[in-house]
Design a protein around this ligand. Sequence first.
Ligand SMILES: [Zn+2]
Length: 144
Amino acid sequence: MARNNRYGQPDHRFAGGRNGIDPYSRFLLVVSCVFMGLSLLSQMRGWRWVALAGWCAALGVFSWSVWRSLSRDTVRRQRENQRFLSLWRKIDLWFRLQRERYRYRKDYAFFRCPGCRSLVRVPRGKGHIRITCRRCGFSFHKKT
Ligand SMILES: [Zn+2]
């Protein structure tokens, strides 16, 4: 998608045919900042080689991010971004799940369904019970 310049016309000269900073590029920028921070910390501790390696990594990731934003192969860059987003969603979901498990650890027991591997939540302290998976209908016995 072409961006508009300050006259309200699409700016084909620069932004046209490029994706700009998408979420994947933004993530890479954050990673590069993290490397930069680690590099500075190592420098302060006197770990010169670690600091140098961190700095190179920061520069590399930063260049990669800028290169992605300016790349004219927008289809491939968008595909990379989609892959990144779906991976990111999975990671996010996993962390949410762990948080929920922790929050309800006293009231609920969590089991993985042997049929479809999805997580099943059941109230604790019910003894041996038969659990039926809501997603695939598989049922199994567990002690809660
Ligand atoms: Zn299941």
